[in-house]
Design a protein around this ligand. Structure first.
Ligand code: MN3
Length: 207
């Protein structure tokens, strides 16, 4: 077994009213579990079962014959982080000073960052993710990707990401993706985890 479904780092009802226990039960117990199960099956078939998740994401993204494995491994990586990118009583502007400075330095002010992050999630047509990434020059940038794709596959360092697949918001927000994204930034983001990833610096990947 290469991939393992992690436990949620909080109770199913801990993120209400911004994300309901019904959403978390389906999203974690059904959707994430399906990526883990299918990913294990396909990693085994591809002879990659002994590799790390990061190695499998990168290798399967490069090899177009492994699209199915990439979709599931990418989504496994995305969701492991996504659960940690949220916490009860999260969001807002209170965060580590170095991270706060990097946001101001990169976007001008927090409101501009918030607007661009929400816009990226809103304009990702169909399923996908919006990201805050740390580039090699220490600046932060916004990125969006379709389906299971992520910054890691492109050799980039994600420090925050939000799932904009309908399964992440349709129970609580129906079609109002913007309201979901605003609630994510204002009430859910675990800035401690973002600061932890920011402090690690850009990914060092073997060439
Ligand atoms: Mn999802």
């Amino acid at each position: 077994m290469t991939f393992k479904l992690p436990e949620l780092p909080y109770a199913y009802d801990a993120l209400a009213p911004y994300m309901s226990s019904e959403t978390l039960e389906y999203h974690h117990d059904k959707h994430h579990k399906a990526y883990v199960d299918k990913g294990n099956e396909l990693a085994e078939k591809a002879g990659l079962a002994g590799k790390s998740l990061e190695e499998i994401v990168i290798a399967s993204f490069k090899d177009k014959s492994q699209q199915g494995l990439f979709n599931n491994a990418g989504q496994h990586w995305n969701h492991i982080h996504f659960w940690n990118w949220m916490k009860p009583n999260g969001g807002g502007v209170k965060m580590d000073g170095k991270l706060e400075n990097a946001i101001k330095d990169s976007f001008g002010d927090f409101a501009t960052f918030r607007g661009k992050f929400v816009e990226a999630g809103l304009t990702q047509f169909g399923s996908g993710w919006a990201w805050l990434i740390l580039n090699g020059e220490g600046k932060l940038e916004i990125m969006k990707t379709p389906n299971g794709e992520n910054p890691l596959a492109h050799g980039k360092t994600a420090i925050l990401g939000v799932d904009v697949w309908e399964h992440s918001y349709y129970i609580d927000y129906r079609n109002a993706r913007q309201k979901y994204l605003e609630a994510f930034v204002d009430n859910l983001v675990n800035w401690e985890y973002v600061a932890e990833l920011f402090a690690k610096g850009p990914l060092k990947l073997a060439a």
